[in-house]
Design a protein around this ligand. Structure first.
Ligand code: HEM
Ligand code: HEM
Length: 159
């Protein structure tokens, strides 16, 4: 999921610098939407699996402040993993745009055309993207701290 989401973030950011209507932008957005919808399906499967199976057990339990910080960041990442594909879907669906999955099929459009809703979803998608970049940056910095400075078990827990 990390690979899919990082590719979706990179493509989305790149497309935001391209002129709307440009064939290159449309082509890359088709891939972006396909990756985003894949992430949506996977997060819908992942959340109940996580609730049932829980997290790996610790060999050496970290301090309470570290666990609180990690938990807050992980909750925010879960929220963004839902918010981003849902707001992206609504942005495209409310504008009657394509909802592709890699040129194989179109996802059903469950929303009637609504420009105001589309604009709201697009704004959420836009600010959600920058929040995602920020929290992901903190997440990766924390991973580097655990791996390179503390040299503990945390990286091996990524599931
Ligand atoms: C993990 C899921 C997703 C991530 C991380 C993501 C990320 C991004 C990012 C970073 C941008 C550029 C934002 C900006 O600067 O305004 C963007 C734009 C866009 N995304 Fe996504 N996206 C995701 C899922 C989706 C999905 C599922 C769709 C539609 C089915 C979608 C449709 C769009 C569209 C149409 C744009 C162009 C900007 C706009 O018109 O608002 N995205 N996305
Ligand atoms: C879009 C990219 C990513 C997202 C959305 C993400 C999200 C998350 C979430 C939600 C958790 C908590 C898992 C749980 O307890 O259920 C987690 C854990 C973890 N992630 Fe990521 N992650 C991403 C990328 C990465 C990358 C690139 C690395 C390292 C190379 C990484 C390393 C870890 C590690 C080591 C943990 C375990 C932390 C612990 O034991 O408490 N993550 N990640």
């Amino acid at each position: 999921m990390a690979c899919i989401i990082i590719c979706a973030l990179g493509l989305g950011l790149y497309c935001s610098y391209l002129t709307p209507g440009l064939p290159e932008r449309q082509f890359l957005l088709e891939i972006h939407k396909s990756l985003g919808m894949t992430a949506l399906v996977l997060i819908v499967l992942r959340i109940p699996l996580r609730a049932v199976y829980g997290e790996p057990s610790w060999q050496a339990v970290p301090s309470i402040p570290v666990r609180i910080g990690a938990h807050a960041a992980h909750m925010a990442l879960y929220a963004l993993m839902v918010l981003m594909p849902v707001s992206g879907y609504i942005t495209s669906a409310a504008a009657g745009r394509s909802l592709p999955w890699f040129w194989l099929f179109q996802w059903p459009n469950l929303i009637t055309a609504d420009r105001a809703l589309g604009r709201l979803a697009s704004t959420i998608h836009h600010y959600g993207a920058y929040t995602f970049f920020t929290i992901l940056g903190l997440h990766l910095a924390a991973v580097a701290w655990h791996r390179l400075i503390k040299k503990d078990e945390v990286l091996s827990r990524m599931t």
